[in-house]
Design a protein around this ligand. Structure first.
Ligand code: SAH
Length: 276
């Protein structure tokens, strides 16, 4: 069946780099373009958050290069990763750069693609399902819902320096962004929650931490914004954090938790609010 689905998808020419999103975890969330890319790759340069079952789509002969880094901080290896991609492409390889989630969402795919452009290397982008949408869906949290929010805002909790981004208007976000989805924010959650509350956000707003979303280790913890800093101390990264009324829908929509009976945590007070 896969072969019929893959028929007609593009051929991977030597000397090209394809920047591919692997999705948040579950190998079933890889796209057909992603599988098509893996099947043809000579070299796969992959990140920490990519499931090993996804890598198995690559030919046995493919060279697998681990380029993992964690925490979202600027890493001295980013430049060397980019240089490596360029070198491999110049050597005539089909180079697959495989990233967690979507390559263009907080994944430095834009930076890598710009470097490829500067080096004159042709490339293709294969989008993936980003953790802030697909990961939340696995926790039963829709990014939008007609009754609660007409917009959703994605924020990184880490700037280039590793600090809470200071180029954001936290006050505007506090009052103007009904649903906020944070990436790379577990460590700084206390400070982020304080900035939002100082900016006028209701301290009772619902918050969900979804760690290892769409993997066998997925865990969801809910709390109020005022407790988010404290709660974050027990949350394992990687996690996406949702703030806003959509979190309340989880009590009714937690399809995954129902299947895994008891593994997923819902705090009693949010479950009760949602029930009311
Ligand atoms: N390009 C990725 C994001 C990379 S930044 C994407 O589109 O999803 C890394 C951050 O992504 C992590 O700190 C975490 O906030 C989030 N993330 C990635 N995979 C995740 C997962 N399986 N569960 C929860 N969060 C995840």
């Amino acid at each position: 069946m896969t072969d019929t689905l893959l028929a007609g998808l593009p051929g991977f020419d030597p000397g090209w780099v394809w920047l591919v999103g692997a999705g948040p975890g579950d190998p079933g969330l890889l796209t057909l373009h992603g599988v098509n890319a893996l099947r043809q790759a000579d070299v796969v340069v992959y990140d920490a958050l990519v499931d090993s079952r996804i890598l198995e789509h690559a030919p046995k002969s493919a060279e697998m290069i681990y380029a993992g880094k964690r925490g979202g901080r600027p890493s001295p290896t980013q430049r060397s990763i980019t240089l490596r991609l360029i070198e491999l492409a110049q050597a005539g390889k089909r180079v697959l750069r495989l990233k967690g989630g979507d390559p263009f969402v907080f994944g430095r795919g834009g930076e890598e693609a710009l470097a490829l452009t500067e080096a004159g290397i042709p490339f293709r982008i294969v989008p993936g399902i980003t953790a802030g949408i697909g990961g939340l869906a696995y926790a039963g949290i829709p990014a939008t819902h007609r009754d609660t929010n007409s917009s959703v805002t994605f924020i990184t909790g880490h700037s280039v320096t590793g600090e809470v981004p200071d180029n954001l208007n936290w006050q505007a976000l506090a009052t103007g962004a009904p649903v906020i989805v944070l990436y790379m924010a577990v460590k700084h959650m206390g400070r982020i929650a304080a900035k939002l509350i100082d900016g006028g956000r209701n301290p009772d707003d619902l918050v969900a931490f979804v760690s290892n979303a769409a993997t066998a280790k997925m865990r969801v913890v809910e709390c109020r914004l005022s407790d988010a800093g404290e709660t974050a101390k027990d949350v394992e990264a990687p996690a996406v954090i949702a703030i806003g009324p959509v979190v309340g829908l989880r009590a009714s929509l937690d399809w995954m938790g129902r299947m895994n009976d008891g593994r997923v945590l819902v705090s009693p007070d949010t479950a009760q609010d949602a029930a009311e």
